[in-house]
Design a protein around this ligand. Structure first.
Ligand SMILES: Cc1cc2nc3c(=O)[nH]c(=O)nc-3n(C[C@H](O)[C@H](O)[C@H](O)COP(=O)(O)OP(=O)(O)OC[C@H]3O[C@@H](n4cnc5c(N)ncnc54)[C@H](O)[C@@H]3O)c2cc1C
Length: 431
């Protein structure tokens, strides 16, 4: 080891140590027993599945014993899944895969450091005045006026990140099988051992015979990559900074989020924008009408910020996705791990917490399996603060939206102090 560390190396070591301390908190060495399984076979290849596989094969007893079964990630310019990756999520993914942020970013965005990064986060209410969008006084809720020293958020296309993780894992003892899993028996047939743990990291909760109940809430979202207009970006959008324009409409706040972004398939796009809205499943909402309204919000607000959607026909995506429970979830059946159910918590798409939950869930789940502990409670415990913050954000945007609106217009910093500013460590990289 050299006596003088390059700054990047010291940063990476600090990040990895922080991840290790987190693991030790939720998978204590004192509870270690021999693992109950000789192999692991995972349905799915998303961020949670790959973080889980990468963390498992760091342990010699699982080298060459981990198989991922899923259709390969389809890359297209359309933004299908989450884009805003919290800095701490980059810590967990980099640590699991054994790389630094620079290598992860290169694989996921095709750019080198600093890449599409934000060190500050700001917010304001957005107001539609007959098609002209204006904003209340914006203010920072993380990173103050100068910016946090460590990265808070990176922006990338999800399908590139998923494909990039696979590329980074190419030299690791993980086997990928390109197939759609149809049943537990089908998944088991791909196991590399005789006592496999069957893992469900797909969007299908009943794949391995698990319970499924209809969601109580759903999330509507529209998102697209953005190009800067010739005149450049306009206030309140700022460089190196995310901006959350919030629109109160029929007593629910549509949560907007604009972040720096990079995608090798959309090289002109240096920004990304989304609007997301949580609705009760039984509220009789009109999906198409809502998505059309939100698409109008996306174009209108982008325009007011000096941005334009990049090739909407090819890139813009609308989604309707189920929210999951903030509280208790059904346990995994013996011999299986419902990994996706364990790490999912609350409403996705509107608090940039899906990928951090998947990354932590994958890493903690793997460590629990290796140490012979029950991964279900370990994952749920580790992610409790993220679920709580997601729940509080839902209260603010869906239950007390008029108050949230009023407070935000008066003072962003004060109204976002708890839990958003206070939750800085749940966003930022450790270094
Ligand atoms: C519009 C939108 C915006 C979002 N914004 C954000 C954001 O800004 N930040 C953030 O952190 N999160 C965001 N999220 C959530 C985020 O995308 C996910 O939480 C994250 O990608 C983690 O996904 P995952 O690993 O759970 O797996 P997924 O990406 O859900 O992958 C599941 C995989 O399972 C595979 N599969 C399905 N059925 C089968 C089968 N039968 N056999 C084998 N494989 C199967 C699929 O091919 C798929 O690749 C957003 C989501 C949406 C929809």
């Amino acid at each position: 080891m050299s006596l003088v560390d390059a700054p990047g190396k010291a940063q990476t070591r600090h990040r990895n140590e922080s991840v290790q301390r987190f693991i030790s908190r939720f998978v204590p060495a004192t509870g270690t027993r021999p693992p109950s399984y000789d192999s692991v076979v995972i349905a799915g290849n998303g961020i949670g599945a790959q973080a889980f596989a990468a963390q498992l094969v760091k342990h010699p007893q699982f080298e060459g014993k981990v198989t991922l079964v899923a259709p390969p990630a389809q890359e297209s310019r359309r933004l299908i899944n989450g884009v805003s990756l919290r800095g701490i999520a980059a810590d967990f993914l980099s640590s699991a895969v054994g790389v630094d942020h620079a290598t992860l970013l290169q694989a996921a965005t095709g750019t080198s450091l600093p890449g599409p990064v934000a060190h500050r986060q700001t917010a304001a209410m957005a107001i539609d005045r007959n098609g002209e969008w204006t904003f209340s006084n914006s203010g920072p809720w993380q990173g103050g006026s100068k910016g946090n020293a460590a990265p808070l958020v990176y922006g990338m296309r999800n399908s590139r990140l998923v494909a990039g993780l696979r590329e980074l894992l190419a030299e690791h003892p993980v086997e990928y099988v390109d197939d759609m899993v149809e049943s537990a028996a089908h998944l088991r047939s791909y196991a590399a051992g005789t006592r496999p743990l069957l893992v469900n990291a797909t969007t299908k909760p009943t794949l391995l015979g698990g319970d499924s109940s209809a969601p109580q809430r759903l999330v509507l979202a529209v998102q697209a990559p953005m190009i800067e207009a010739d005149s450049g970006i306009s206030h309140p959008l700022q460089r190196d900074t995310t901006f959350a324009p919030l629109i109160r409409r029929n007593d629910i706040i549509d949560v907007g989020y604009f972040t720096p972004f990079a995608d090798p398939l959309s090289p002109r796009s240096t920004w990304y924008g989304i609007f997301a809205r949580v609705v009760d499943a039984d509220s009789g909402f009109d999906k198409d009408a809502e998505l059309a309204t939100m698409t109008g919000e996306l174009h209108g607000v982008a325009n007011a910020l000096g941005l334009m959607v990049d090739d909407a026909a090819e890139t813009l995506a609308g989604a309707l996705v189920p929210a999951s429970s903030w509280g208790k979830v059904a346990p995994s059946k013996p011999g299986t791990l419902e990994l996706k159910r364990m790490y999912s918590g609350g409403a996705p798409c509107y608090y940039a917490d899906g990928m951090i939950s998947a990354a932590i869930g994958g890493v903690i789940g793997a460590e629990a399996v290796v140490h012979g502990q029950d991964p279900d409670p370990a994952i749920r415990r580790a992610l409790r603060p993220w679920r709580r913050h997601n729940f509080l954000w839902w209260l603010e945007t869906n239950k007390i939206s008029a108050l949230t609106d009023r407070l935000l217009r008066v003072n962003v910093q004060a109204s976002m102090a708890y839990p958003h500013s206070a939750g800085l460590r749940m966003w930022k990289s450790a270094a």
